[in-house]
Design a protein around this ligand. Sequence first.
Ligand code: URA
Length: 226
Amino acid sequence: MSPTREERRERLVEVYREASVCELCPLSETRTSVVFGSGNADADLMFVGEAPGAEEDRQGLPFVGRAGGLLSELLEGIGLTRQDVFIANVLKCRPPGNRDPQPIEIESCDPYLMRQVQLIEPRVIATLGNFATKLLTGSRTGITKVRGTVQVHEIGGRSVFLMPFLHPAAALRTPSLVETLREDFAKLPELISRPGPDGGGERPSAEDLAPETVAAGSDQLGLFGG
Ligand code: URA
């Protein structure tokens, strides 16, 4: 039987507690915060970006800088808010100077991402940019070739739809790509409305569920409510 929404959230908080003191790779020496992820622990749609930047490292939250502003806008464009989805990254700690993630860092952090996917059980995973796409598809094909085309992958022990997107930061550097991102985002509502690729995964919509009280007293524990 699927865990209840509250069980999902509690288990995710346990993984967060573990990640928040992680020293598995050298990024623990330079980070200000572990950016575990935020949003709805019961989400049908999960975003996976690359790694926290300076602002994310400062606030302990994913996608709160300029790229995050664009992500929120793209979500609004398809009638969703950040509370409807879960947002995480391949790396939970910022690489100094925003350099590319290193293999040892990806390898050390991957189990946290896998546990997030196992607990949240999204039907759709949206990868943002090359790193997340290559890691989760297991393919070396670059994002410009695969963006906007749905794939099916076994991730965290379940079949999920995976939709690769350009990274919002790339679209900020090349404004014409914002429209490409918008066009690709427009494909999400239909994809989310499908049963999962294994035919399962029907859950009540967010509106069917009463708002829940957020646990107080710890910095990021309120992040996984609906
Ligand atoms: N870019 C990412 O990939 N992740 C963030 O959280 C912020 C910027």
